[in-house]
Design a protein around this ligand. Structure first.
Ligand SMILES: Nc1ncnc2c1ncn2[C@@H]1O[C@H](COP(=O)(O)OP(=O)(O)OP(=O)(O)O)[C@@H](O)[C@H]1O
Ligand SMILES: [Mg+2]
Length: 514
């Protein structure tokens, strides 16, 4: 049983969806062959499953060509190429048969296993009388770089999601599937322009009997890691907003990395200064949003940054440049790799300063500058700070250079030596002091005894006085004294009374005797 991918492979160009301009280009190309002209072979370049192989076969079918194919699974060394395509390419049509030679995935021709394959291919191309179509995912793979001057590169884009959806809808109807539009659209979105994977997903789900929206959501995301060079080529070649904005769809790099790639290669592709200026205007705006992502930790800003750096840059040019541009790796990354170790060390120092001073690394960066200035102006103080922040030798070297670092370290060493010496001296003095005290303590008791006795006596006297005072102050004693006094006054009063009485008695007696 044929898989749905094969079953629904378009036989004619009119059934191939998307990439309309490419279809037109292929038609004029093959027609010029039919007119006896000899245009260069075509290299169809595009992401997986967008219809490269399909296009080649559909073209052959529409124009009555027989396909001679050497595909990726065959060996493609020099002798295989000579044997399989060499003859067909160079021979004139036999019995009115026309041949179209299709060499699939030439970027996969390996230097080792397929030794000599590419150079043999170039030989075949030079002598070819029949049309040749080559396909590749990556036109800039180093393995086929030597081939590029001999071919006409034709770029294909991922199949638009709406086109993928339409193909799926047609297949679903023909297969009588009970599936709703929402689910089909979800499969299309997941495919990221890879029609082969979209059809395979639909078939797999139909076989499983579960075509629900939920099961589609669980599908693995087909967005594969695409070569950044592919994305660059799309951005820098296209003048189409929609195509440019989807260029990064398959790129597994964050926008802050991608922007460096674009910035590096804009001047290589764009030739007019005003186009370069416009492109950089957009890149600087994109960069501002990337800065906001970092500062506010709001990744929502990424979408503005990526739109500006893709569509903004793409639309900065007046028209597409029809040339092959070798794009390159951003110099800034090379520089960053070179300075990576240094930056790591500085980071360590900043952390130490931050911890000691309880400040942010931003503020610590300021202190670091102060330390740099101090190192020149006042190495003595700098040495103290180096000691305080516990900055190591390699770190200091990165910070102030080898010469200053060794000067500061020398000062620090001297200081440490001096400190050690002082510490030792202090310890020695303390020891001696202790020794003296100990010696004093250990001398005969006699000398100290009198003092002790005196003390004791003094204490005794004090105690006695205290007791005296206490006795006087005793409340009972006070009472007794009062009572005694009271008694005495009473006695006296009695006496006086008696005296008075006696006197009275005397008076009355006197009166009597008068
Ligand atoms: N543009 C398209 N229109 C209709 N069907 C397509 C299209 N592209 C792909 N398909 C479907 O997907 C299947 C695979 O496509 P094809 O083999 O042409 O992809 P490709 O670009 O050659 O991929 P690869 O890079 O993996 O070789 C086809 O059999 C067909 O069913
Ligand atoms: Mg293919």
């Amino acid at each position: 049983m044929l898989s749905w991918v094969e079953k629904y492979r378009p036989k004619s160009l009119k059934d191939v969806v998307g990439n309309d301009k490419v279809k037109e280009k292929l038609k004029t190309w093959i027609e010029s062959y039919l007119k006896g002209e000899k245009p260069k072979p075509i290299l169809l370049v595009g992401p997986p499953g967008c219809g490269k192989t399909t296009l080649a076969y559909a073209l052959a079918n529409d124009y009555g060509f027989e396909v001679i194919e050497l595909n990726a699974s065959d060996k493609r060394n020099s002798s295989a190429i000579k044997k399989v395509v060499g003859h067909a390419a160079t021979s004139s049509s036999v019995f009115g048969k026309k041949f179209l030679i299709v060499l699939d995935e030439v970027d996969g021709i390996s230097g080792k296993e397929d030794a000599g394959g590419v150079s043999e291919l170039i030989k075949v191309i030079k002598k070819a009388k029949n049309p040749i179509i080559l396909t590749a995912n990556d036109a800039y793979a180093t393995s086929i770089r030597s081939l590029l001057p001999y071919v006409d590169i034709v770029q294909l884009n991922p199949v638009p999601t709406t086109a993928v959806y339409k193909v799926l809808k047609k297949i679903a109807e023909k297969e009588g599937l009970d599936v709703d539009d929402k689910t089909l659209k979800m499969i299309a979105q997941h495919s990221a322009g890879d029609l082969r994977s979209a059809i395979n997903d639909l078939e797999a789900l139909a076989l499983s009997g579960d075509l629900s929206y939920e099961s589609v959501q669980k599908l693995p995301d087909r967005r594969r890691e695409a070569n950044i060079f592919d994305a660059l080529r799309i951005i820098l070649k296209t003048t189409h907003y929609g195509i440019a904005t989807t260029a990064l769809m398959n790129v597994d790099e964050t926008p802050d990395v991608v922007i460096e790639w674009i910035a590096e290669n804009v001047p290589k592709e764009y030739e007019k200064p005003e186009e370069v200026a416009r492109a950089f205007e957009y890149l600087s705006k994109a960069d501002r949003y990337l800065g906001r992502v970092m500062r506010r930790q709001n990744y929502g800003f990424w979408k503005y940054a990526t739109t500006l750096m893709t569509a903004g840059v793409a639309l900065s040019k007046d028209e597409k440049y029809r040339k092959w541009t070798p794009y390159s790796y951003p110099k800034i990354f090379r520089l960053l790799t070179k300075t990576k170790a240094e930056r790591e060390i500085l980071g360590k120092i900043l952390k130490k300063i931050g911890e000691k001073t309880h400040t942010s690394s931003k503020r610590a960066r300021f202190d670091l500058q102060m330390l740099k200035i101090l190192a020149k102006e006042n190495p003595e103080v700098a040495a103290d700070l180096v000691d305080y922040f516990e900055i190591k030798e390699d770190e200091l070297k990165v910070l102030v250079g080898d010469k200053l670092a060794s000067e500061i370290l020398k000062i620090l060493k001297e200081k440490k030596k001096l400190e050690k010496k002082k510490k030792k001296e202090k310890e020695k003095l303390e020891k001696e002091e202790k020794k003296k005290e100990k010696a004093k303590e250990e001398q005969p008791q006699l000398i100290t005894q009198p003092k002790k006795v005196e003390k004791e006596i003094k204490v005794e006297v004090e105690k006695k006085e205290e007791v005296k005072e206490k006795v006087v102050e005793k409340p009972e004693v006070k009472d007794v004294k009062e009572k005694n006094e009271q008694k005495e006054t009473k006695k006296e009063k009695k006496k006086e009374k008696k005296k008075k009485e006696d006197k009275g008695k005397q008076l009355t007696l006197d009166a009597f005797f008068k």
